[in-house]
Design a protein around this ligand. Structure first.
Ligand SMILES: Cc1cc2nc3c(=O)[nH]c(=O)nc-3n(C[C@H](O)[C@H](O)[C@H](O)COP(=O)(O)O)c2cc1C
Length: 203
């Protein structure tokens, strides 16, 4: 199985990075054919809205994403971890996701074959204990991301309260949530740890 994992926090070895590690380790994904990208280490431009992809069916920018596009297209699973910034994904993550516009264009504007069907995973963490619509902005971003990349089924894992209860081995509620987690690539699922409560749902 081919896996692409994307870490969208500028801080290594902290919440988002740890959440991604927990997920990859739980499902032994590091034993698969995996490429892990720390977005902070990559040199890539934000989408310029040049519509080069509409003219050529490819992103015409040349940077570190040029070699990552084929890996995304060939992947069976894409795992994307991001912290919440201002009710949305981090700027690093958003700039990366906007560059997926090439797939949106191919699919919905040029009616070309979509990328092969794959499974999407979004890992989202926020500092606040519990806030109305804390995850909504990020969920909407990932909704378009998943559609663009043909992730028909997906899992979304959300963790709040990292300010007071960081994502590490001492976070017992998070451990409990992970212990009860199931990854079925034929089903979409949802897990949230927020306000001291665990919620989940499987489609
Ligand atoms: C610029 C900025 C904006 C943030 N906005 C939010 C927010 O809207 N909601 C929230 O719950 N946490 C917010 N946070 C907190 C982070 O989401 C939280 O600390 C996260 O776990 C950090 O992940 P990291 O340790 O991987 O950097 C914000 C943090 C920063 C730096």
């Amino acid at each position: 199985m081919k896996v692409v994992a994307i870490m969208g926090s500028s801080r290594k070895n902290l919440n988002t990075h740890n959440l991604l590690e927990m997920f990859l380790n739980k499902y032994n994904l590091k034993e698969e054919e995996i490429n892990i990208f720390n977005l902070k280490d990559l040199d890539y431009k934000y989408c310029l809205s040049c519509y080069g992809c509409e003219r050529t069916s490819k992103c015409i920018l040349r940077d570190d994403l040029t070699d990552i596009y084929p890996l995304l297209e060939e992947a069976d699973i894409i795992v994307f971890a991001t912290p919440i910034y201002y009710n949305s994904v981090s700027a690093l993550s958003k700039a990366f996701i906007d560059r997926m516009q090439v797939y949106w264009t191919r699919k919905f504007r040029l009616s070309l074959d979509p990328p092969k069907e794959k499974y999407g995973v979004a890992l989202i963490d926020g500092g606040a204990f519990e806030q109305k619509d804390q995850f909504l902005g990020s969920e909407l971003v990932f909704d378009h991301f998943f559609k663009s990349l043909s992730c028909k089924k997906h899992t979304i894992i959300e963790v709040s309260n990292t300010d007071d209860c960081p994502i590490d081995e001492n976070n017992l509620m998070l451990k409990e949530m992970f212990d009860g987690m199931e990854l079925d690539l034929n089903k979409s699922s949802f897990y949230r740890l927020s306000g001291g409560k665990i919620q989940n749902g499987i489609e």
